[in-house]
Design a protein around this ligand. Sequence first.
Ligand SMILES: *[C@@H]1O[C@H](CO)[C@@H](O)[C@H](O)[C@H]1NC(C)=O
Ligand SMILES: *[C@@H]1O[C@H](CO)[C@@H](O)[C@H](O)[C@H]1NC(C)=O
Length: 363
Amino acid sequence: MKMRLLLSLILLCSSESFALNWALGPFERADSVNPLITPRPESTFFCPILQKEVHWECDHTFNPAAVVKDGKVYLLYRAEDDSGTEIGMHTSRLGLAQSRDGLHFRRLSTPVVFPSHDTQYANEWPGGCEDPRIVEKEDGTYVMMYTQWNRQIALLSVATSKDLISWEKHGYAFEKAQNGSFQRRFCKSGSIICKVDKDRLIATKIQGKYWMYWGEGNIYAATSDDLLSWEPVINSTGELQAILSPRPGKFDSDFPEAGPPAVCTNKGIVFLYNGKNSHMSGDLNVPPGAYSAGQALFDLQDPIKLLARMDEPFFKPERPYEKSGQYKDGTVFIEGLVHFQDKWLLYYGTADSAIGVAVARDL
Ligand SMILES: *[C@@H]1O[C@H](CO)[C@@H](O)[C@H](O)[C@H]1NC(C)=O
Ligand SMILES: *[C@@H]1O[C@H](CO)[C@@H](O)[C@H](O)[C@H]1NC(C)=O
C-alpha cells in the first residue's frame, strides 16, 4: 500500500514536470547589464516630415525585435521622442543596436524605420512605427512585423530588408485578406512561426503555408504564401478563430498578446506571449494591470491546436525599472528571442521605458 502511494506520488510529480518539459527556460535576468538600452537624449535625426532635427530616442527605448546576423545580435527597438504629452502620444521610430555577446550593445545614432513621405505616411504619422518582431526567410531576407500607428488606428504591417538597415515597407498585413474585403481593424503584434537552424530563426511552412499568431485581447492566427500578405484564420461561424483567450484568475486575465516569433521544437510550436493581469479578477501574485509572460504549446501539424499552456507566468516584473516606468503598472514585455551561442536570449521592454534581457540555456 505504502509502495503504491509512493509510486503514484512519484508519477504525479513527474507528470507535473512532464507537463512543462516543452517550455523554453528557465530564463534568468542578466542583472549585470540590465537595463541594457535606455533613452539617449543626445541622439538627433532629421525628421523628413517635420523638416527639423528631433531627439528621436530621448524619452523611451523599449519593445525590441532581435535577430542574429553574422555572429552578432541585432536589436530593432522602439524609441520615443518627446513630442507627446501623455502615454502613447509620442512619435515612435525604430533604432538599431548590435552586440558581439548579446549583452553589450552599440547603437546607430539615427533610426532605420520611421514615418516619412512614403507610401505608408497615412498609416504611420504622427504615431509612428512600433513594436517590431523579426524573422528570417530561407533566402536571408529579414521580415519584420510591426505596428503602424497614426493615432486613429493601429495596423499590423510588414517590412523587409537584406541588411537590417535599409527597409522596404509593404503596408498593412491584411490589406488583401478575404479578397480585399477584410475590414481594417485595430491589430498589432505578429509572431511568425519559425524553425531554429543553429542561430537563425527561419520562417517555416506548415501544411504548405507560413503561419503567424497575432493580436492582443484574443490571439488569432493567420497564414501566408509570401510572408507579406496574410489571411486571418476564420472559424466555421465566419469569425476570427481565437487561439488564446483571457483566463479569469490568471496572469493573462485581462488579455494575452503575442510575444516574439514562435519556434518549432520536437515537442511542438512553443509560443511565448505577454499576459496583462486584470484589475478585477486577476492573478493575485502579479500586480493588477501588470504584463508578465507565459508560454503555450501548439501542434506542429496543426498550429491552431493548443496542446498546453502555462498557468503561472515564467517571467514577471520584479526589478524597480520593470515594476514602474512610463507604464506605471509594470511590464516585462517580451518581443525579441534569439538562439545565440547555445543559449536563448529573450529581450523585453521594461515598463515601456527601457530594454532588458533574460538568458536561458538551450537544453
Ligand atoms: C477569393 O476569390 C476567389 C476567386 O474568386 C475565391 O475562390 C475565394 O473563395 C475567395 N476567397 C474569399 C476568402 O472570399
Ligand atoms: C468562432 O469564433 C468566435 C470568436 O472567437 C467564437 O465566439 C465562436 O464561438 C466561434 N465559433 C465556433 C464554431 O468555434
